[in-house]
Design a protein around this ligand. Structure first.
Ligand SMILES: [Zn+2]
Length: 255
């Protein structure tokens, strides 16, 4: 069994062949997936999917790139959705200093408000971080995010930062980049972080693992991520699959 903890099957890139993509995932042993919505349209689509497929769960929040668009009504809507039985986390949220659509101070405020919301509804949070590690860690500390914990999604930082996040009650989720030949840091993280704090994900349609790099990613490819972690850690594929699935179920409160 495999748990893809971060999939955007709600992306329009899957409109044409969603059923085939899901079938391939099941053939590869994917038993659970979390569909991540990060704005009005993708949250609505994520909720449609999780109501239709029993093996899908939802994570709802507001993306930092679009922080400038988030209204008070949007945040209230997310809070209402949090009580839905299939919503298992709040996010993705965080900071993205690569794109400058939303100024840093607005991104930080929207990030803080979502952490407070997650604490209120008692759900873990899913963190998106691009070129903003120091500010992310500081805000997580200041806001007491440890209380709910969560996931550092598609983690690309150093083992040192990963360890700091683990201390704050976070899991480290690895995706396609751990399979890239030149990806030194994700491989070091896979090696140094104990299996009981690791999760796997695709972030599909983005970041397809080797040998599909540059193509559209899909949940079935999460098997390649688990195989790579198994190789790095000197474990069997089954050990990694089972442990990461158990970790995800525990975090999301799935029986
Ligand atoms: Zn994502």
């Amino acid at each position: 069994m495999l748990f893809d903890t971060h999939a955007h099957l709600n992306d329009s890139q899957f409109n044409e062949d969603l059923e085939e993509v899901i079938e391939r995932a099941q053939t590869e042993g994917v038993t659970h997936m979390v569909i991540v919505g990060f704005d009005r349209l993708t949250i609505e689509r994520a909720m449609d999917l999780v109501e239709h497929y029993d093996f899908m769960y939802a994570c709802v929040g507001w993306h930092p790139v679009d922080a400038i668009d988030m209204t008070d009504e949007d945040l209230t809507w997310i809070e209402d959705l949090a009580s839905h039985p299939k919503v298992v986390a709040i996010g993705e949220m965080g900071l993205d200093y690569h794109w400058d659509k939303s100024p840093k101070d607005i991104q930080q405020e929207v990030f803080r408000r979502q952490i407070r919301l997650a604490k209120k509804v008692k759900l873990p949070i899913v963190i998106h971080n691009r070129e903003a590690t120091a500010d992310i860690v500081e805000i997580l500390k200041e806001e007491g995010a440890e209380e709910v914990g969560g996931i550092m999604h598609c983690f690309s930082g150093s083992p040192e930062v990963a360890k700091e996040c683990v201390k704050m009650n976070f899991y480290i989720s690895l995706g396609g980049p751990v399979t890239f030949k030149n990806a030194k840091k994700p491989k070091e993280v896979a090696e140094e972080i104990p299996l009981e704090r690791l999760l796997i994900e695709t972030d599909c349609p983005y970041l397809a693992p080797h040998p599909y790099r540059g193509k559209r990613n899909e949940p079935g490819y999460v098997r390649l991520v688990a195989e790579q972690i198994a190789e790095i850690k000197g474990l069997t594929f089954e050990e990694v699959a089972q442990a990461t699935t158990q970790n995800a179920k525990k975090l999301f409160g799935i029986k």
